[in-house]
Design a binder for this molecule. Structure first.
Ligand SMILES: [Zn+2]
Length: 539
């Protein structure tokens, strides 16, 4: 059936009307837990091809920690980076919560008419957690710009002091909310993250803590004072204490500074670095190293980077922690472009896939690092990896159990003419470690450098098991793997192609080196000599 242009126009109008009509309405007002949950469910229903709603956990008050994932990239696409945005970890810092809801609205309603939004959704997975502390938000008070209820969770614990800490032991008990974040990070490979706060106007980057032996009395005062959680971090200190502390520099300091500058310089006022009140200080360019502002233990920012290789910065987006409703439109306008540009930074640097050189199957490892940068990152469950890097020449170092370590040189070029950032792609092929196993009598001897206890050495499986013969040297290809199950035993696993009736054998190992062979041979010689002497005596 032919459709003339009038009919076509009519159909498009109907579709457009239905689309607009079905888009959930989002006003500039604060949404309590049930309103926020309803909005996210409505969005997931209205845009099933662009969104995925899931919960990463539940609070003491049985509030779910909802995440809405935004992306139009097919699940099967390789190399799509995951970015996460979190707000409201401090329940009384409320502006970020509403800004992230408006970001969701902006993405889904501008997919077809905003080129940047379209490109980001096609090429990025954006996970949005509007409230990490819904229990705290429920008791916080609009208009309270500094001290106010709701900063902590329902157990009165500051969530941004409750994560495992690399620098200091953190004895605070794990909270439902922090455990949910830890699990979320363990089950996903996030490349980039931001946590939205209020009470200042600055982009704060790692590290936010320092090694214990560099702490002085002032650091301790700041972290142990009851006031530190309730007031501006400087307000209880004498004026000379408002000077910056020494920065705590991370191996990726250049990247973190870049990320902070991207946000602050795109924000219309953050880059001025003006203090929010006379007790605070200026931030040059609107950015600061976390520890240089004030060091803290158990923060989420350092935890992301050190424990999971995810680059997270902290965005203080409003001088007032809980601004009045009528300030929300301005706050959204101020942060919209900065958020879009920040998300796009996930496409700066290097990415690729790590595979087995022989089987071409993905290799999973947490042993990835850029040479000269003492910070590790890991692959996804499909062997993909990402790392944000500034233009330059680097070497990727890859270590994975059962494979020979690899070092690959690559270049991240200066921004090209294309509108969007384009990362350098690396395919990394890992050659499996090859070892020889020697069978002498009922013993298996690994000639050199046996793996540590319980570690695994993988072999290429190309031949079938031919049985164990005294003194016969077996090709590594006969086994899929050799696993040390204790210091005394080696477990041989047959290849998949091997005779399925042949049982696995547990064989003792006396020594892993040539000394073992020597010692075994000597034993037989001693026994033979004893028999020979006995026969001589007998005759
Ligand atoms: Zn905060």
């Amino acid at each position: 059936m032919l459709v003339d242009s009038k009919q076509l126009w009519l159909w498009w109008s109907i579709l457009l009307f239905v689309g607009v009509y079905s888009t959930p309405i989002l006003n500039f007002e604060y949404h309590n837990y049930s309103a926020l949950s309803q909005y996210l469910h409505n969005m997931a229903t209205a845009y099933p091809n662009m969104t995925r709603l899931y919960s990463i956990g539940e609070t003491l008050r049985k509030h779910k920690l909802w995440v809405l994932e935004l992306s139009t990239a097919p699940k099967s696409s390789f190399g799509i980076p995951s970015v996460k945005l979190i707000a409201n970890i401090h329940g009384n810092e409320a502006a970020g919560r509403e800004i992230l809801l408006h970001l969701i609205q902006f993405f889904v309603t501008n997919y077809t008419n905003d080129e940047t939004v379209h490109w980001l959704l096609e090429n990025t997975r954006i996970h949005v957690l509007p409230s990490l502390n819904p229990d705290g938000f429920e008791i916080s008070v609009e208009g309270k710009c500094e001290i106010g209820p709701g900063r902590e969770n329902a157990r009165f614990v500051d969530l941004n002091r409750s994560f495992p800490d690399h620098f200091q032991s953190n004895t605070k008990p794990r909270q439902y909310e922090t455990q949910a974040i830890e699990d979320w990070l363990s089950n996903n490979t996030f490349v980039l993250s931001a946590s939205l706060h209020g009470g200042a106007l600055v982009a704060n980057y790692p590290y936010e803590n320092v090694m214990e032996n560099t702490w002085d009395a002032a650091y301790r005062l700041l972290n142990t004072s009851e006031l530190s959680n309730k007031m501006s971090p400087w307000s209880h200190l004498p004026p000379d204490m408002r000077e910056p502390y020494p920065p705590s520099i991370s191996p990726d300091d250049d990247v973190f500074q870049h990320l902070a500058v991207v946000y602050a310089s795109t924000h219309p006022t953050m880059h001025f670095g003006y203090p929010c009140n006379r007790m605070d200080r200026e931030f040059q360019g609107g950015i600061t190293n976390g520890a240089a502002w004030y060091p803290l233990t158990g923060g989420m920012q350092d935890y992301n980077y050190i424990y999971h290789g995810c680059m997270e910065i902290t965005l203080e987006i409003s001088c007032c922690k809980y601004p009045l409703t009528h300030d929300l439109p301005t706050l959204w306008d101020d942060n919209r472009d900065a958020l879009l540009k920040y998300i796009s930074q996930a496409h700066q640097g290097v990415r690729g896939v790590i595979r087995d050189n022989n089987t071409h199957q993905p290799v999973l490892t947490s042993g990835l690092k850029i040479e000269g940068r003492d910070s590790y990152f890991r692959t996804s469950s499909r062997g993909e990896f990402w790392r944000i890097l500034l233009p330059g020449t680097y070497q990727l170092q890859v270590q994975a159990t059962g494979y020979e370590p690899q070092t690959i040189k690559f270049t991240v070029p200066q921004k090209r003419l294309e509108k969007h950032l384009t990362p350098t792609w690396l395919d990394v092929n890992m050659p499996p470690v090859v070892r020889k196993a020697t069978v002498v009598s009922d013993q298996v001897l690994l000639p050199t450098n046996p793996p540590d206890e319980a570690s695994t050495v993988h072999y290429t499986a190309t031949q079938k098991m031919v049985g164990l013969t005294n003194g016969h040297t077996l090709s590594p290809a006969l086994f899929t793997e050799i696993t040390l199950t204790s210091t005394d035993f080696v477990k041989l696993s047959n290849t998949p192609e091997a005779d399925s009736h042949k049982p696995e054998k547990l064989l003792s190992v006396e020594d892993a080196g040539s000394d073992g062979i020597m010692w075994t041979s000597m034993k037989y010689m001693v026994i033979l000599n004893m028999i020979f002497v006995f026969v001589l005596l007998f005759i």
